[in-house]
Write a protein that binds this ligand. Structure first.
Ligand code: ADP
Ligand code: MG
Length: 348
């Protein structure tokens, strides 16, 4: 059964004409880690606040564990403290004047003192801070504070945990390690989690499924692989990776483009004009004096070089090459695309 359901939820603020969240429908299965990704202002925090109970929907319904916790137009509303949800805020919101132990124990007021101590130890161990209990938040690094916030949220053993940009205050080098730790802790405790981030890589590495939000609308919700290889919309295609769109026309022999013909797996009708999605790793090229494409620019990204190529029509596409493959701008090349997945969108 789904642990969390949002059924066609809309949320408006008086500040803007457009809803912050519009007819958002999604479900998280028990034990699932769901990532919501999108640019700043797309409604990520609002979505979490609707789940947590800090906001009420203007339309639609929120269910947790099969129980309605909020329903527009009805009196049904379960307040945050009664939803059994753990929350990790973007700024962690640790109490500065309390030790880690007291921070974590704060949410365990219902337990007798001895049980509270045992549980506090247990979750601090879980996040690898077993020997730090007597410290204060300011005596910790950003990554450690993040883990305390996670421990505090997990302490009452909530079925659902919500995390808002959980790694945005952590150094880039530490992020990957911390992500792995958080994932292990969530798995070990079987906790269902929803986290939001503007960073698609973060969503891809941590989430079982990724939802992409654009201006309050969910454009796609699927596994990271499907979202990357089969984006549902041009917005998703560009948000989760580098994407170029080649003009193409469907013919009997496939989809004809400037980079050759491609299969037509969706059986589009001949004559249909499309935009074909190309990612930099789809295009290979080699220098050739009379080559049809011209290198315009090279971006060194460490593991790869990403080249910007100009095709005869003036269209630019990006092509990745190994880190050590260095060609000068102005070099003529012959480019070829090989697509694992043919993804097309209607011509603009
Ligand atoms: P994100 O977390 O993706 O950056 P938010 O959910 O914070 O986005 O905001 C979505 C939209 O709703 C933005 O346009 C924001 O200005 C607006 N918004 C969020 N909270 C409020 C509020 N309390 N009052 C008025 N407008 C708000
Ligand atoms: Mg936010």
């Amino acid at each position: 059964m789904d642990l969390l359901v949002l059924d066609s939820v809309t949320k408006r603020f008086a500040s803007g004409p457009e809803p912050a969240i519009e007819r958002l429908t999604l479900a998280a299965a028990r034990g699932e880690i769901l990532g919501l990704v999108g640019p700043s202002g797309c409604g990520k925090t609002t979505t979490l606040r609707l789940m947590a109970g800090f906001e009420a929907p203007d339309e639609g319904e929120v269910l947790i564990g099969g129980r309605t916790v909020a329903k527009a137009g009805s009196r049904e509303f379960v307040p945050p403290e009664a939803r059994g949800v753990g929350i990790v805020f973007q700024d962690y919101a640790l109490f500065p004047h309390l030790t880690l132990e007291d921070n974590v124990a704060f949410g365990l007021a219902d337990l007798p003192a001895a049980g509270r101590r045992v549980r506090t130890r247990e979750v601090l161990e879980l996040v690898d801070l077993g020997s730090f209990g007597a410290r204060y938040p300011h005596e910790l690094s950003g990554g450690q504070q993040q883990r305390v916030a996670l421990a505090r949220a997990l302490a009452p053993a909530p079925a659902l945990i919500l995390l808002d940009e959980p790694f945005s205050n952590v150094d880039a080098e530490l992020r990957a390690e911390l992500r792995e730790q958080v994932r292990e802790v969530l798995r070990a405790t079987g906790t269902t989690a929803v986290f939001v981030t503007h960073d698609h890589e973060e969503a891809f590495t941590l989430a079982d499924r990724v939802g992409v939000l654009n201006a309050g609308r969910l454009e796609q919700l699927d596994t990271p692989e499907v979202v990357y290889h089969r984006p549902a919309t041009p917005f998703v295609a560009e948000f989760v990776g580098d994407a170029d769109f080649l003009a193409g026309t469907v013919t009997e022999a496939g989809i004809a483009t400037e980079l050759g013909a491609f299969p037509n797996p969706d059986g589009l009708r001949a004559g249909t004009r499309v935009r074909l999605m190309i990612r930099p790793d789809d295009i290979g090229f080699a220098p050739e004096p009379g080559g049809h494409a011209l290198i315009v620019r090279r971006d060194f990204r460490g593991p790869v070089n990403v080249y910007c190529l100009r095709l005869p029509s003036g269209q630019r596409v990006h092509a990745s090459q190994p880190s050590t493959a260095i060609f000068e701008p102005g070099t003529r090349v012959r480019a070829e695309a090989e697509l694992l997945h043919v993804v097309t969108f209607p011509a603009a």
